[in-house]
Design a protein around this ligand. Structure first.
Ligand code: CTP
Ligand code: MG
Length: 397
């Protein structure tokens, strides 16, 4: 048995209002389009075969954008729907008939909370040879029939009444034949597939639905779904700072952020004395309480003599990553009377981006003079201040 999936998503969502926000199946809940949630539930279910998504011809770009948010859309194909849900399902069934699917689950894109336990219950009924399976919930409210006069005419006994859900599931040839028959007779008024099956004389068995498997119909449903999915843990964002100074002496140039700048002075230090990278190394280590550069690379250790400071920064980035951190940005302020930093800033940022493995826009290098005052102003040394922001996995709250 191969279970193909048809997800109908060609409706205009009129009852949801706000047409300027687009059809409801593409609105975002919990940070993702509704339809991406729905598809993920099927994509992660082990028994799903090919998934045919029936879309509106106007929604091609919307669908492509939503599909791009899926971990994988390899099993997903699309076809165009029609003016009614019935027509859209029919188009989906036609597309699926050309594949190896023997059975089909027909699901509303607007039901993003379908769960695997429900899909398993339905599949089990299909496994037992049922031709049609309808997930449904017993009606719990007392039912009244009212008239156009807004008066209650009667109370409808609710025993034996169920609210139908999707995915309604069938043997593929059986439901396709039923749909064809309805289309041929121009019966276009069916609002779900179980009613077409009933009309065509197909037996449909009830299985227990899921209370969460609601259809997003009105605006409030979408807002509530968003609220439900948007658990906001406190993100574990940490900031570290670092400060370093190196003395200047007569020489031929300085290395800052890995860029050698010809100059009539050089920085004194036992590595290449790149104050900027040293300050940033400390800032990164600070985000996970991992001490400072001196703890990791003792100045007494001769092997770091003349070493490029890239080694220290590389190491700090590795420590951060090993502890579950993702570097969000790095910012360095250089305080130097000379040489001029501006012409080298771009290259400096590129060096940082490469060493830290983050994008250029997350790396910043700035420089200022010290207005000729203090040790920096007297050109006795260069100082650097750095800040790093790192997000760690998990929840600080
Ligand atoms: N649907 C469809 N083609 C249609 C009408 C509906 O594929 N011509 C889909 C919808 O996209 C939805 C599902 O069928 O996923 C259930 O329909 P419904 O909730 O009624 O959605 P809409 O028809 O879009 O909304 P409304 O009735 O409020 O306009
Ligand atoms: Mg509708």
């Amino acid at each position: 048995m191969t279970i193909g999936i048809v997800i109908v998503a060609a409706g205009r969502g009129e009852r949801a209002g706000s047409p300027e926000d687009g059809p409801k199946q593409y609105r975002r809940i919990g940070g993702k389009p509704v339809i991406a949630h729905t598809l993920e539930r099927f994509l992660s279910w082990s028994r799903s075969g090919l998934i045919v998504v029936v879309i509106h011809p106007d929604d091609e770009a919307l669908f492509a954008a939503a599909a791009a948010e899926l971990p994988s859309a390899a099993k997903v194909v699309t076809t165009f729907g029609g003016d009614t849900r019935q027509r859209s399902v029919y188009e989906g069934l036609r597309a699926l008939s050309a594949t190896e699917a023997t059975h089909v689950m027909i699901h509303d894109a607007a039901r993003p909370f379908v769960d695997h336990a429900l899909l398993d219950r339905i599949a089990e009924a299909l496994d037992q040879g049922q031709e049609g399976v309808l997930p449904a919930m017993p009606v719990t409210d007392t039912l009244k029939r009212g008239g156009p006069d807004h008066l209650v005419h009667e109370t409808v006994p609710r025993a034996g009444l169920f609210a139908a859900q999707t995915p309604q599931s069938f043997s593929l040839p059986s439901i396709r034949t039923a749909h064809e028959k309805a289309a041929a007779l121009r019966r276009e008024d069916f609002t779900d597939d179980a009613s077409i099956a009933e009309w065509a004389g197909l037996p449909v068995v009830l299985v227990e639905g899921s209370a969460d498997n609601i259809k997003l119909t009105v605006k409030r449903d979408i807002a509530m779904a968003d609220e439900k999915l948007s658990h906001h843990p406190l993100p574990d964002v940490r900031t570290g700072n670092g400060y370093d100074v190196h003395q200047l002496e007569p020489g031929d140039g300085v290395t800052l952020c890995g860029v050698f700048i010809a100059h009539d002075q050089r920085l004194v230090g036992h590595s290449d004395a790149d104050v900027a990278m040293h300050a940033l190394t400390d800032a990164l280590l600070a985000t996970c309480g991992a001490g400072d550069i001196g703890d990791h690379f003792p100045p007494s250790d001769m092997q770091w003599r003349g070493a490029p400071s890239k080694i220290f920064l590389d190491h700090a980035a590795k420590v951060v990553r090993e502890r579950g951190g993702t570097i969000m940005n790095a910012d360095i302020s250089l305080i130097a009377e000379a040489p001029k930093i501006a012409p080298h800033r771009q290259k400096m940022r590129e060096n940082l981006a490469e060493i830290l493995g983050i994008s250029l826009d997350r790396c910043s290098v700035k420089a200022t003079t010290n207005e000729k005052i203090g040790f920096v102003g007297r050109r006795e040394g260069i100082a650097a201040i750095a800040t790093a922001t790192v997000v760690y996995r998990g929840d600080a709250g």
